[in-house]
Write a protein that binds this ligand. Structure first.
Ligand code: HXC
Length: 525
């Protein structure tokens, strides 16, 4: 017969409660008040303060708070701080679930040993299983020196998971302190890297090693600060002036993204200005070589205030980012005539390819605005591999099966016409403004090549060149030859662009397309 089980006595229960409460309090101590103060003195927040800024109020659920390292060497058994230098868990951002880990610099400099790595791997595994984004807040001295190969193994486990999760869930890395040595390869495998302007550093070998090997003397900042990575290497997508701003940027970024590759991005409707579309025609200068700001074109066409640019300080000749059209997230790729005339150089090709591949993995339509005089000529470009980098862009567009829409604004010359989301690469809807010029090259260049002999012999070569140029312009500097052949689906007035794109997006929302059966293609990386 069932008997009521024996209950804990009051004193037993209070002992249990006390133990749990003490452990909980202890796990929140981090490396102690002094080290927390050091962190603040450097202008940095603690790991917990960062999570509070990132995650919706009261939504954070910490896991593995009592995990400790198992290392016995170097007297480490006497120092086993709870949590082992990383806070992990889940919560919501704008009500949407995310997984997060935040390295705690106050515990062994946030360095990564076996236990810390296992904690990070656990949240990554949970994020993949549940189809939620994972966000890392990084602030670490790298591999925990006392743990030797165990810490290297831990990094390896993380890199493996970063790769497995790629294209399945969005992965965001926010660098808020040092990120040195092989540790840099985890963020580099994620989709987006954000840095704080003053306190973030990423380098494979630090200033001391650099000096020993090459004799170069360089500061942390000049070697791998936010300026380096947002203007030179391009690995940093967004920079915040403060930690608060950097974390806010990550939340804004997330608002454009789906939770996983089977999900659709959230729809965010916004009252949009429709009456300013007439401004578009006035933006384009009469002279074909005069620049204008492509960002303004994007801002007018997209939902009001929805354009969110990425990597804005790197390879400025191409603009990439997200925007919304009637609330729907789109990926934007656009030549920028303000820099290098909008020509595609090897960095621009990389920058655009990366966002195209991200969008394709995450069901985000790709919207391309074209005004491109060609690939960037020059010894440096050829020697740095513009052939290989340009091929990546061709590959990325050709491989993408999400809805693809392009608008040729002005120039679309030569190979760059093909590469910038042309019909030939499987673009679904190709629009062109009446100002579009689709040709093998610019009118004057073409006239010079075709009529070299006549120009040499002419009495007034300037006039003859002008005449030939005009002739060539009349013939080719328009969108109609391409429209006659169906390479452009529709020639439109600038003010019709927003509506045409919105209608095309609606049409393409149920697009189905597939690639040939194969393990994977080989992008020319
Ligand atoms: C163990 C570490 C540590 C590490 C820092 N600490 N880095 N403990 N392993 N890698 C500890 C320090 O001993 C110190 O402990 C505390 O963290 C704070 O460090 P400080 O040096 O006082 O801080 P700061 O002056 O701000 O300098 C931060 C730093 C510096 C620039 C990160 O600590 C540093 O250079 N660390 C080593 C970086 C490094 O070379 N890591 C290995 C990279 S190779 P106390 O007890 O005094 O508070 C690597 C390989 C990965 O990571 C390979 C993956 C494939």
């Amino acid at each position: 017969m069932y008997q009521n089980p024996k209950k804990f006595t009051e004193s037993e229960r209070s002992k249990q409660d006390k133990r749990l409460s003490e452990l909980r309090d202890k796990s929140k101590e981090g490396g102690g008040e002094k080290r927390k103060q050091n962190q603040h003195d450097k202008g940095k927040l603690t790991a917990r303060e960062r999570i509070e800024l990132l995650i919706d109020e009261s939504s954070f659920v910490e896991i593995d708070a009592f995990v400790v390292h198992q290392n016995e060497k170097f007297n480490m058994s006497e120092n086993k701080p709870l949590g082992d230098g990383v806070i992990t868990g889940y919560g919501t951002i704008a009500g949407r679930p995310v997984f997060v880990y935040s390295q705690d610099f106050t515990i062994f400099g946030g360095s990564l040993g076996r236990a810390q790595a296992t904690k990070i791997c656990k949240v990554m595994d949970l994020a993949v299983k549940t189809g939620c984004p994972v966000i890392g807040l990084l602030d670490s001295g790298g591999a925990r020196i006392q743990e030797g190969v165990d810490s290297l193994a831990g990094y390896g486990d993380i890199f493996f998971r970063n790769t497995q999760a790629s294209g399945v869930i969005p992965q965001i890395s926010i660098i808020l302190g040092p990120c040195a040595g092989g540790a840099v390869y985890s963020p580099s495998l994620t989709d987006f890297i954000l840095m704080n302007r003053t306190n973030s550093f990423m380098f494979v070998t630090g200033p001391e090693v650099v000096k020993a090997v090459t004799g170069e003397e360089v500061s942390f900042y000049d070697l791998g600060g936010s300026d380096v990575h947002s203007t030179l290497t391009g690995i940093c997508h967004l920079v915040g002036d403060t930690e608060e701003e950097t974390i806010d940027l990550s939340k804004k970024l997330l608002s454009y993204l789906p939770a996983n590759n089977l999900d659709d991005p959230p729809i965010e409707l916004n009252e949009s200005e429709e009456n300013n579309q007439l401004e578009l025609a006035d933006l384009i200068p009469k002279e074909e070589n005069e620049p204008y700001d492509m960002k303004r074109v994007i801002e007018i066409i997209a939902d009001t205030d929805s354009f969110f640019e990425l990597q804005d300080e790197w390879s400025k000749n191409i603009v990439v980012g997200f925007a919304r059209m009637n609330g729907i997230t789109v990926g934007i790729i656009a030549n920028q005539p303000l820099y290098l005339g909008g020509a595609i150089d090897y960095h621009a090709a990389d920058k655009a390819s990366r966002l195209i591949r991200f969008c394709d993995s995450f069901n985000i339509p790709i919207l391309t605005f074209v005004d491109v005089p060609g690939f960037m000529p020059g010894l440096k470009q050829e020697h740095e591999g513009i052939i290989r980098h340009g091929a990546k862009l061709l590959y990325a567009y050709s491989e993408a099966t999400v809805p693809k829409i392009s608008v040729i604004i002005r120039k679309a010359y030569g190979g760059a016409y093909i590469v910038m989301s042309s019909k030939h690469l499987g673009t679904d809807i190709n629009l062109a403004w009446s100002t579009a010029e689709i040709a093998v090259m610019g009118a004057e260049g073409a006239a010079r090549i075709l009529h070299r002999k006549k120009l040499k012999e002419a009495e007034d070569p300037e006039k003859v060149l002008a005449d030939f140029t005009q002739q060539f312009k009349d013939e080719f500097a328009n969108p109609y030859q391409a429209a006659e052949k169906g390479y452009v689906d529709k020639v439109i007035f600038p003010e019709e662009t927003r509506r045409e794109i919105a209608v095309a997006l609606h049409l393409l929302q149920n697009k189905r397309d597939h690639l040939p059966r194969r393990k994977h293609g080989i992008s020319p990386v």
